[in-house]
Design a protein around this ligand. Sequence first.
Ligand code: SAH
Length: 227
Amino acid sequence: MTWGIIGAMDSEVALLRDSMEVERTEEISGLTYYIGTLCGQKVIVVCCSIGKVNAAICAQTLAAVFKVDRLVNVGVAGALDERLRIFDVVVSEKLCYHDADLDIFERNPPFVSEYAADKDMVRLAEQACEKIAGTDFRCFGGRIVSGDRFVSENAEKQRIVGQFHPMCVEMEGAAVGHVAAANKIPFVVIRSMSDGADDNAGMSFDEFAPKAAEHSAKIVMEMLKLA
Ligand code: SAH
């Protein structure tokens, strides 16, 4: 069983890459795939860069070229649910795009506008969170939305909350879910909050994203140990 693990920014995969035993690397479409073992599991760790298409290129390569059995998208996100604090973790249940006309997706093949994470992987991620969550952060499950924009205005935040009622917003998860669904590969997205997707998001992201990224990477490692 091989796990494909995707982060958009170097800070989101650095701990995983540094902790794994790398057997070899491969470059495809400008991305470097680190192939080896981590916490007793066969893994391929890769930094896909920011945004939906970059994430999709990466996930499809993991599916078609490397034939991974599991996909995990790890990283940081902007909190939308008011219960969430910085560093809290959201494990995806369902994902969709917040910047697309979902009605068109539903009317056309493959007639899907929302991507459901694998229930067993969600459970495993939640168990991993519970094991290492302490005073630093708490764990929530729920909907994650993705779009090709850094959400950093209260007005846009309110629009997204009103339309989708999600837990958090980021820029890759739904694309990974989309590719996973097309290839029938179980997946989950794990995100630690770096900001509140509001007028202060830019400053908050700069201050908290590195530590938040580390949290979510640690959860993935715990998940691999439990698997
Ligand atoms: N500051 C960087 C860009 C970061 S984009 C620059 O200007 O170059 C933000 C990244 O973190 C994306 O990969 C996204 O998935 C996640 N993210 C964190 N907070 C977010 C928010 N408020 N809105 C959208 N994506 C967010």
